[in-house]
Design a protein around this ligand. Structure first.
Ligand SMILES: Cc1ncc(COP(=O)(O)O)c(C=O)c1O
Length: 444
């Protein structure tokens, strides 16, 4: 058997990683364990089926899948939802398709995941960007009045609008969703929230879920912060009629074979949340708070979302030290390290994480340069991303037009977006994040 596995690099990697017993401070939120009594039997293949009689069909559900989706919506307290086996990526495509059909201009906070950008490119949507007042590429502080101003500008030009924000972002910073919803609704604009990192938010002592705070559409990657298989996500909306319309868009982008194993994990996750969601998520947040307080003299924790344990330090150095202690992190760069916590983590795992952090010595972060003035949008994002492109070194890219965005994942947050004319300060910023080259349009 060993010999066969040797010729299967992915399989041997997974086998070894599982055997190591690493403390997984990264996605998925199940942390490598199934939910007792709620998960498939040992041989998961037995539950991997297709749309046979009685099994319903996700994009036109009217049987067991519709009932299961309604149960998820009820647990979240949202009027309706659609399940996704294609992650939040598919949910983002669907909600933006709806905005395209309504002919709305998208006003977006610049801190977006590349899934947003690619959906805009595929749908031919142009974006009115709002940049953060402070902070950097991955996370920033936004002023609600900047969105109000953008709404006035778009509405003043006789167009209808919508606002799109990512909250929490990769470092765990959150927008003031209630305030944004108020601003949007005063201008007849829906608020769309990429809540990929916040599927657990309704279950904190104070419900911080975007739908509870007034958002109109919101996607949650259940797999990131909760016990669900990778790919399991939820798209919340304001009515069942809307959910049916969103599904029409989902099936334009998604596979015709959404995985029943992923969907079953979403049902398990829903049952888990029903049984003990509030208790488990609140306890996790409380343990995280204790850990932060006990280590406050040694580490500088940032971000407002309790289950994102984000440290301002040289993330590469700290990640290497933690690895030596058997802890694998979610994200590292020269300025930050992110550890993702989950309600399924045990008291022993929290104790082990505490001991590991106590043993490590953080070194000073290398601060990212401030965000330079915005670049000129020389071509539409769609034209630039779907034209011929070539890869050039950053040192040769000044003045060229950004082509398809190829940012590494995590965090997959674009620095320049397709169609922008590249300037030196933005190229310097890319160097800070370790990029060496960039795809640019050939004809420009
Ligand atoms: C902020 C954000 N939005 C959207 C996505 C896409 O989510 P998914 O992987 O569930 O498709 C990610 C993935 O990492 C993300 O970090």
């Amino acid at each position: 058997m060993k010999k066969i596995f040797d010729a299967m690099p992915l399989t041997s990697y997974l086998k070894e990683y599982a055997a190591q017993g690493t403390l997984r401070a990264h996605m998925p939120g199940h942390k490598g364990r199934s939910l007792p009594e709620l998960s498939p039997p040992q041989d998961a293949y037995a539950w991997d089926i297709t749309e046979i009689s009685g099994a319903d069909s996700l994009f036109e559900a009217d049987g067991i899948l519709l009932a299961a989706e309604r149960r998820t919506a009820a647990v979240y307290g949202s009027p309706a939802c659609c399940w996704s086996a294609g992650g939040s990526t598919l949910c983002i495509q669907a909600m933006l398709a709806r905005m395209r059909m309504q002919n709305r201009t998208v006003i977006a906070a610049r801190t977006v995941h590349r899934a947003f950008l690619n959906a805009c490119i595929l749908l031919g949507l142009e974006v009115h960007w709002v940049f953060p007042r402070s902070g950097g590429v991955i996370s920033g502080e936004y002023a609600p009045e900047d969105f109000a101003q953008a709404l006035h500008a778009v509405r003043g030009a006789g167009k209808s609008a919508c606002v799109y924000v990512t909250s929490p972002d990769y470092l765990g910073s959150q927008h003031d969703i209630a305030e944004l919803a108020r601003l949007c609704h005063a201008q007849d604009a829906p608020l769309l929230v990429d809540n990929a990192h916040g599927a657990h938010l309704p279950f904190l002592p104070e419900n911080r879920h975007p739908m509870a705070l007034g958002a109109d559409y919101c996607c949650d990657s259940a797999h990131k912060m909760l016990p669900a298989l990778t790919g399991a996500a939820i798209l919340h909306c304001r009515s069942e009629q809307e959910a049916r319309e969103l599904k029409c868009s989902m099936q334009m982008f998604g596979s015709t074979s959404p995985s029943y194993l992923i969907m079953q994990s979403l049902e398990s996750c829903t049952a888990y949340l029903e049984q003990c969601g509030r208790e488990a998520v609140s306890l996790c947040a409380e343990r995280a708070g204790v850990l932060r307080r006990k280590l406050a003299g040694k580490y500088r924790f940032i971000g407002t979302e309790p289950l994102h344990l984000t440290i301002a330090a040289d993330g590469h150095d700290l990640a290497a030290q933690l690895r030596q202690c058997g802890v694998e992190c979610e994200y590292e760069d020269a300025g930050f390290l992110v550890l993702l916590l989950s309600p399924v983590m045990t008291e022993e795992e929290f104790a082990a994480l505490f001991r590991a952090l106590e043993r490590c010595t953080p070194s000073a972060p290398v601060p990212a340069p401030e965000l330079p003035p915005p670049m000129q949008q020389a071509y539409s994002m769609r034209t630039a991303a779907l034209s011929g492109w070539e890869t050039v070194k950053l040192s040769q890219a000044e003045g060229r037009i950004c082509g398809p965005v190829q940012v590494p994942c995590p965090p997959a947050v674009p620095i320049a977006v397709s169609g922008e004319r590249l300037t030196k300060p933005w190229l310097t910023l890319m160097e800070h994040y370790g990029l060496g080259e960039i795809a640019v349009m050939v004809q420009a």
